[in-house]
Design a protein around this ligand. Structure first.
Ligand code: 3PY
Ligand code: MG
Length: 265
């Protein structure tokens, strides 16, 4: 079961965390990640995976993360408050919202994740659910949930860029992911991450996150990139996806085997 500090605690104390993007979505794989020396698994329900409204499937992902002591970040396909509440009830603590565009949208979503918000009543629903051991741990549930739940957003389109300061100053926004693929597409240079206008936009988001004191999340490619990003406000480093790892790992093993076979002929 969980022994390590939550992602909220790690981010609050300024730690840099390392994780993986999981697009092959299964509880068993989450347990495998739990056995590795990484801090989080980011599961993508925006582009694939089970129906995010299927509480049983989502509960099983949360269960696997709990038993193997790894933090789960679930990317949802929408910013809908009803979906956010339902997913948090399963015991998932960290959600990542895609394609956000305005401050009002983000504020509505973050409020839906909190029982108390801006010293007032938040928009989270109260029930006996997996997140409170089916009603057994109600005493400190509200305070604990509000401390632990983390809502992050993807900054990945032009509208988000033009509303950046408003979005990043939403109370209790936990982190921002700079999405290079959609951002490059939105800026008219699909998949050209190194294009000047894409790089300028990425830097603009990094600077705005630093000013607003919002931790950033992003992909890293190797040691140098990780050190550089960790030094410039990235507290959630994603080392790639399971599909990438399979592709490169199996290709290399197959190439080594073929080379071995050919070499001994
Ligand atoms: C993007 O780069 O657009 C992403 O959503 C990364 O997964
Ligand atoms: Mg995207």
């Amino acid at each position: 079961m969980r022994n390590s500090p939550t992602l909220a605690a790690r981010l609050n104390r300024g730690d840099t965390t390392v994780g993986v993007l999981s697009t092959i979505i299964h509880p068993n794989l989450i347990e495998v990640y739990g056995s590795l020396d990484i801090d989080f698994v980011w599961v993508d329900l925006e582009h694939g995976g089970p129906n995010p409204y299927d509480a049983e499937r989502v509960e099983n992902l949360a269960r696997a993360a709990d038993v193997s002591d790894i933090e789960l970040i679930l990317r949802l396909p929408t910013t809908e408050p009803a979906l956010i509440r339902k997913v948090l009830d399963t015991g998932v603590r960290n959600v990542l919202l895609p394609r956000v565009e305005t401050r009002a949208e983000v504020q509505r979503s973050v409020e839906a994740a909190h029982f108390t918000y801006n010293d007032d009543v938040g928009d989270r629903g109260l029930a006996g659910v997996r997140a409170n051991s089916w009603g057994k741990e109600m005493d400190n549930y509200i305070g604990r949930s509000d401390r632990e739940v983390q809502v992050g957003v993807m900054i990945e389109n032009k509208r988000a860029l033009s509303n950046l300061d408003g979005i990043l100053t939403v109370d209790d926004l936990a982190f921002a992911f700079i999405g290079p693929w959609d951002l490059s597409h939105s800026l008219g240079h699909p998949l050209e991450e190194s294009h000047d206008s894409v790089q300028d936009a990425i830097e603009e988001v990094e600077d705005a996150c630093a000013t607003a004191d919002v931790p950033t999340m992003g992909f890293v490619n190797g040691n140098e990139d990780a050190v550089e990003k960790a030094g410039s406000g990235y507290q959630l480093l994603v080392v790639g996806s399971d599909v990438d790892a399979l592709r490169s790992g199996i290709s290399k093993r197959a190439a080594d085997a073929v080379h071995g076979v050919k070499g001994s002929e």
